[in-house]
Write a protein that binds this ligand. Structure first.
Ligand code: FCB
Length: 493
């Protein structure tokens, strides 16, 4: 059967995503205070090649140019994050007008370009001053987060189209406080569970603060990286290993945020680490707030089996996909082994399995039929090459995005209420522990000149957005070719 092109409806939102520390640079400008990622990236050995976000893609100085690229791409929405330390350099108190002004100008520029601003309040750059008081292990950080949300809502609430409280709290808690491959680089399993709760609480308090300022109609979401994990076999012990991982990867956020409860499983599995006394009376009511949409970030899938004897245990894989550590982010999952996934893989070593996206979207839809979904990140790092013609023929990225959009289409066909798709990322950027070594952009950034160049994937994505139509994979590759020869100068002025 020849596949036919797939057209998305007129109200499906096409976007691209970035995050503040990954693109902005200008870390000492505009009254910005230090964040945990400044401290972490400047600590020798934490980030590949010693890269830091000091300059990044220099978006802080090139914001107008970058919005012009978005307009040229035809984006309907742009998902960016606000750097908390630009707004409150020490994490609380009066807002820094220069910090607010930067995002106010960005939002105005987006609106003038006909692009809806989707603002994430926390994409990992916690003010260092708050980390010095315990960071997310401290309840006071959740309270400070609500104060920050209020200040930003007051300043930008008339123009931001949708708010996202947190990006991937799994990474903030378990990579930040358990495996330590992300800032603040702590390796304390018990602390990571306190961080989970305070991130959840911060989410709930921030939703309330935003709605307090903007009214109940304000669009508010949260973005989770729900892990799609398969059991290696149908044996009960492997299925149980999968359930154990699901609980600590997904349920520990979805449970309180959407259902109003922590999964018993996680409490039992981690009883030797903590008594969970950080959960205070009334917290679960505060955390569970109505959401306009749930953001889903998806890149790859995992496979687990139950470990048997003690010899196995010593060999347990430390799979977290974001860096190497001898401490596992899989708190309470000591007898779970992560198995290598069959290829193909991206430059992150992440396997490519678009069916995983279909599965997670459908599962969410079945569980929460009335909760709209958005794919708030999806994309791939590959070893891009600039060819003699000065272009980047990133066919594999085109294929990756194509196949995942096809997955979104299939999930929608089966009833999932997926309202939009944001490609990660608009441009190459600071990929956390991997620094500038891994490139996710559809637009290339030359880190010497900071020049932006459209890759074939950008040309291809523009066509998809313009026509709202996904053509079958083989044709997609040739479309990218057409784009790259027909377009002498795809760069906006
Ligand atoms: C996600 C992050 C995003 C980016 C992608 C590749 O976990 O939210 O900032 O690093 O991975």
């Amino acid at each position: 059967m020849t596949p036919t092109p797939r057209t998305f409806p007129a109200d499906f939102l096409w976007g691209a995503a970035t995050a503040s520390y990954q693109i902005e640079g200008a870390v000492d400008e505009g009254g910005r205070g230090p964040s945990i990622w400044d401290t972490f990236s400047h600590t020798p050995g934490k980030v590949l090649h010693g890269d830091t976000g000091d300059v990044a893609a220099d978006h802080y100085h090139r914001m107008a140019e970058d919005v012009a690229h978005m307009k040229e791409l035809g984006l309907e929405a742009y998902r960016f994050s606000i750097a908390w330390p630009r707004i409150q350099p020490a994490g609380r108190g009066a807002a820094n007008p220069e910090g607010l002004d930067f995002y106010s100008r960005l939002v105005d520029e987006l609106l003038a370009a006909g692009i809806r601003p989707v603002a994430t309040l926390y994409h990992w750059d916690l003010p260092q001053a708050l980390e010095d008081e315990g960071g997310w292990t401290a309840r006071s950080t959740a309270e400070a987060f609500a104060g920050y949300a209020r200040v930003v809502a007051e300043a930008l609430g008339d123009r931001v189209w949708m708010w996202t409280t947190l990006n991937e709290p799994w990474c903030s808690s378990f990579l930040g406080y358990a495996s330590g491959v992300h800032a603040p680089g702590r390796t304390d399993a018990a602390a990571s569970l306190a961080a989970v709760h305070h991130l959840n609480l911060g989410h709930g308090l921030a939703v309330r603060a935003i709605r307090d300022v903007l009214g109940d109609d304000a669009r508010v979401s949260v973005t989770l990286n729900l892990h799609v994990t398969r059991a290696a076999t149908d044996a009960p012990e492997d299925l149980d290993a999968k359930a154990q991982v699901d609980a600590v990867a997904n349920e520990v956020f979805l449970g309180p945020m959407v259902d109003g409860a922590y999964p018993d499983r996680v409490r039992t599995d981690t009883a030797h680490l903590t008594d969970w006394s950080f959960v205070q009376e009334g917290d679960l009511e505060l955390i569970r707030q109505p959401l306009t949409a749930l953001g889903v970030n998806f890149y790859s899938t995992g496979r687990v089996r139950r470990l048997g004897g003690d010899a196995d245990l010593a060999e347990a894989a430390r799979a977290d996909g974001h860096g190497a550590s001898s401490h596992s982010p899989w708190v309470g999952c000591d007898r779970v082994e992560w198995l290598p996934q069959p290829g193909p893989h991206t430059a992150m070593g992440w396997n490519i399995e678009p069916q995983g996206l279909v599965d997670v979207l459908l599962e969410l839809h079945e569980r929460y039929p009335t909760l709209p979904l958005m794919v708030t990140e999806n994309g791939a790092a590959f070893e891009d090459e600039v060819t003699e013609d000065g272009r980047v023929h990133d066919d594999r990225r085109v294929a990756y995005v194509h196949d995942h959009l096809e997955a979104v289409g299939r999930a929608r066909d089966a009833g999932a209420d997926v309202r939009g798709y944001f490609v990660w990322s608009l441009m190459d950027n600071f990929e956390w522990a991997y620094g500038y070594d891994r490139r996710f952009g559809v637009i290339r950034v030359d880190y010497d000149t900071l020049q932006r160049t459209w890759k074939d994937s950008a040309l291809w994505y523009r066509e998809v957005v313009r026509t709202r139509t996904l053509v079958p994979a083989g044709e997609a590759a040739s479309l990218a070719q057409v784009g790259s020869t027909a377009e002498a100068s795809p760069q906006p002025r």
